[in-house]
Design a protein around this ligand. Structure first.
Ligand code: PMP
Length: 350
């Protein structure tokens, strides 16, 4: 076989189902159920009028400049843009973790982190959350070859969070960078976007896929001290963001009023979803994200997922061997939520 042994040995990361035809209520990959800010249409139109024959700005400076203003960062040099935040995670892993090195992540969390380590020929180590969703001290302990620690905050699939104080303590104790993955942070009660100012080891990644309703566009970014960002830029593809997505992302992030209203709607529906599930007997972990994790004490998760799929409602069935299996349900519109809960009622009461 032609491929590196570590690639042949990989199971490969399998993303959630993305049906391209058929009419589904789609609550499986934590997208936003609402259309994105309207300003992006004009931004894309203007970009098309200028033409696409030239390469894009390799640094996405229009976006960086606007984001630096919004997040009160000293300059655009604190930000690097990426083709979705998966691209950011890839760039950070490639820049920091070499063959044989160690990458740490909490468990259960985002499965992609493991694949990124495997591609590098690196080792990975999962540290289990406590039952109350805090982390043990070992999460912050130095270890041989430890080069990068990932911490999704809010976490996926649980929607739980680690406090800012604890994140600062973890970063202080670690010998390597701590990447706080804030893919879902716009639905949460606090963020760590300013913490890189306090500790150079803290990097914070974000995406426009979730809170800006732009999963189809592919745009993410990372915040860190300029000397950290400078090294990451060496690793990214020259033109990792295209002209259309830079223009649209810049227009989208400008519309903070849209973001606030969207956040309000999604959080309100999340609370209705959690309450509706609890009423049906599900155990639901209180979530700060745009999804909830739930299990039912007497109804196995997989047949529920399958029955919903047959009825054209897609949610995510997940099985974490040391944690158990369950259902991760993205927050949809109120109508989608009602449709889901009424079908679930018939399934669990059958
Ligand atoms: N981080 C976490 C924790 C996620 O769940 C996801 C979505 N799968 C991402 C990052 C990546 O999202 P995107 O590449 O669309 O920005």
């Amino acid at each position: 076989m032609y491929f590196r042994p570590e690639i042949l040995a990989m199971a490969g990361y399998v993303p959630g189902e993305q049906p391209q035809a058929g009419k589904f209520i789609k609550l499986n990959t934590n997208e936003n159920p609402y259309p994105p800010p309207s300003g992006i249409k004009q931004a894309i139109d203007e970009c098309l009028t200028r033409g696409l024959q030239r390469y894009p700005d390799p640094m996405a400076n229009a976006f960086r400049t606007r984001a630096a203003e919004i997040f009160d960062l000293p300059s655009k040099d604190w930000i690097m843009a990426g083709n979705g935040s998966d691209d950011i995670l890839t760039i950070c892993t490639r820049a920091l973790v070499g063959a044989g090195d160690l990458l740490r992540l909490p468990y259960p969390s985002y499965i992609l982190y493991r694949s990124l380590a495997e591609i590098q020929g690196a080792r990975w180590e999962e540290i289990d959350f406590h039952a109350d969703w805090t982390l043990p001290e070992t999460f912050a302990k130095p270890a041989d070859g430890l080069k990068l620690v990932f911490l999704p905050n809010p976490n996926s699939p649980t929607g739980t969070m680690i406090s800012r104080e604890t994140i600062l303590e973890i970063a202080d104790a670690l010998p390597c960078p701590l990447l706080v993955d804030e893919a879902y942070v716009d639905f949460a009660s606090f963020s760590c976007i300013d913490l890189p100012k306090q500790n150079e080891k803290i990097l914070v990644s974000r995406t426009l896929s979730k809170s800006f309703g732009l999963a189809g566009l592919r745009f993410g970014y990372v915040v860190g001290q300029p000397h950290m960002i400078e090294q990451l830029i060496k690793v990214k593809d020259s033109y990792n963001c295209d002209s259309l997505s830079i223009a649209a992302a810049t227009a989208a992030i400008h519309d903070q009023a849209w973001l606030a209203e969207n956040r309000r709607k999604v959080i309100a529906t999340r609370e209705k979803l959690a309450a509706g599930l609890a009423q049906l007997g599900f155990e639901v972990i209180p979530s700060e994200a745009n999804f909830v994790w739930c299990t039912h004490p007497s109804k196995p998760a997989k047949p529920i997922y399958e029955a919903l799929k047959n009825a054209k409602i897609l949610i995510r069935y997940m099985n974490y061997p040391r944690f158990g299996d369950g259902l991760r349900i993205s927050v949809g519109t109120d109508d989608q939520n009602d449709a889901l809960l009424s079908l679930l009622a018939s399934l669990v009461q059958a």
